[in-house]
Ligand binder design. Structure first.
Ligand code: ATP
Length: 261
């Protein structure tokens, strides 16, 4: 059973200035354990697709299933954890209280909460920072805390919307390799939005290249890189070849706009 299956998926936003077609005829299958990156220029519908999986937006045409059920049923079954662009931690809660929030909402007992906080904080290498407040942590650590919060209730699917976009390159490199290790250890399925070609190629088993107006999938690249990926894999011919194919896909999407004012 696929984790995500989209067939002829379309999503249109009605606005005062007319309809905005955010997604058009999207066909995509995501299997268990895949690490899928979505890459494409601003406005091509990456976030909208993630939000549709999360049942935060309703598709206007086609079909979408998550874990074999409707996105709504999957949301109610707590199928996914969601990591936003900004860490979105509550400043008045300590890190452990932020991580505990979904567990509180779901009614976990105090002892279960404590155990899950301990294991997820360890998973994202934040053990020892439980009692700190978000403002006492660096941007990279805050983003790790928001990943811990998304992992706390152990959903099999992790939706990540450009989680490292605001971080400098060194921190981002570090978090990228940590995320790969976490993915390997937990066997989760990850959907990851990014603007960065190297990030997409480094992380993914599958790269979905999208283009705007309307948001379409222009290429789906199955990575040939091994699961184990040291950072210097980015210098290898195989890596550069995949990156070139992503770039070609992005260029092809852009030429679609040529002539448009
Ligand atoms: N709630 C909304 N109402 C109207 N239009 C919307 C809404 N949400 C998104 N859009 C439009 O839908 C299109 C796709 O937006 P989306 O945020 O999915 O793009 P994106 O690829 O994630 O962009 P970015 O890389 O800038 O985050 C854009 O044209 C956007 O303006």
């Amino acid at each position: 059973m696929s984790v995500v299956s989209a067939q002829n998926l379309g999503l249109t936003f009605p606005t005062g200035d007319g309809d905005i077609v955010a997604l058009s005829d999207v066909n995509l299958t995501i299997e268990k354990g895949d690490f899928v990156s979505f890459i494409g220029p601003s406005g091509c519908g990456k976030t909208t697709f993630l939000r549709a999986i999360a049942d935060l937006e309703k598709p206007t045409s086609g079909t979408l299933t998550v874990n074999g059920m409707s996105a709504e049923a999957a949301r109610k079954a707590r199928a996914y954890g969601y990591v936003f662009q900004a860490a979105a931690l509550y400043p008045w809660r300590t890190i452990e209280k932020n991580v505990a929030l979904p567990l509180e909402i779901m009614g976990y007992s105090a002892s279960e909460q404590a155990e899950r906080i301990r294991s997820t904080m360890e998973l994202v290498n934040l053990a020892g920072f439980e009692k700190k407040y978000p403002w006492q942590l660096s941007g990279g650590m805050q983003q790790r805390a928001s990943i811990a919060r998304a992992l706390a209730f152990d959903a099999d699917l992790l939706l990540m919307d450009e989680p490292f976009g605001a971080l400098d390159e060194i921190v981002r490199d570090h978090l990228n390799s940590e995320l790969l290790k976490l993915w390997d250890r937990t066997q989760k399925t990850i959907c990851f939005v990014t603007h960065s070609i190297p990030e997409a190629v480094y992380l993914s088993t599958k790269i979905v290249v999208m283009s705007p107006r309307p948001g379409r999938v222009t290429d789906v690249i199955e990575s040939t890189l091994p699961r184990e990926r040291p950072l210097d894999i980015r210098e290898t011919p195989e890596f550069l070849e995949i990156a070139a194919r992503v770039r070609d896909g992005l260029r092809a999407g852009h030429s679609y706009d040529e002539g448009a004012v």
